[in-house]
Design a protein around this ligand. Structure first.
Ligand code: ADP
Length: 192
């Protein structure tokens, strides 16, 4: 299997690029943000709990997202591989993912980090908020909190995956197609 973590701060373009990459490489897209938003829409108990945190731009507890990912991975083992988008977001999540995958005899193939500067991120998110209907994209203070969560809790993953020799950074600015082509170049080196 080819299992990719597509990494980057909020607004880096992980969701957009994941949609293109799953077509190109026939992978399953696992976005914890999307899964959580579908729980919110269905008004499940988990969704109601998560909504309060998401609307503030805080991370939801590790155990919740780890269990969500566990069931999706176990259900998708006949695929070519997975793209993890928005997960892992803490070192505890990364450790849990490594254990989960190794128990299934698979592993992370690579960690591609989209690099975008903070000013561009804030502009992109505020723009997306105009039509996405996402409460967490509508307010600059909430966006700043999401970026702070990223810096404090998520950015340490760069060191974690560098330690495993899996880290590669990719310029995350330019057209959607330019960024896609850069990602494909990095992936093709690994799978060919
Ligand atoms: P973005 O990358 O634009 O911030 P996501 O859709 O990935 O958006 O996440 C939206 C929100 O969902 C996050 O701010 C957080 O509250 C929650 N969330 C998503 N994935 C995780 C995760 N792996 N761990 C904790 N919280 C998460």
């Amino acid at each position: 299997m080819f299992n990719l973590i597509l990494f980057g701060p909020p607004g880096a373009g992980k969701g957009t690029q994941s949609e293109k990459l799953i077509e190109q490489y026939n992978l399953i897209h696992l976005s914890t943000g999307d899964i959580l938003r579908s729980e919110v829409a269905a008004q499940t108990e988990l969704g109601l709990q998560a909504k309060k945190l998401m609307d503030r731009g805080d991370l939801v507890p590790d155990e919740i997202v780890i269990e969500m990912i566990r069931s999706k991975v176990e259900a998708g083992l006949d695929a070519n591989g997975f793209i993890f988008d928005g997960f892992p977001r803490t070192v505890a999540q990364a450790e849990a993912l490594d254990i989960l995958l190794s128990n299934l005899g698979i592993s992370i193939s690579c960690f591609l980090a989209l690099a975008v500067d903070e000013e561009e991120l804030i502009n992109r998110l505020l723009n997306r908020g105009k039509d996405s209907g996402r409460a967490d994209d509508a307010d600059e203070n909430i966006i700043q909190n999401r970026i702070a969560e990223y810096v404090n809790k998520t950015a340490p993953l760069i060191g974690y995956y560098k330690g495993q020799g899996k880290f590669k950074d990719v310029v995350g600015t330019g057209s959607v197609d330019d960024i896609f082509n850069r990602l494909c170049e990095s992936i093709d080196v690994l799978i060919n």
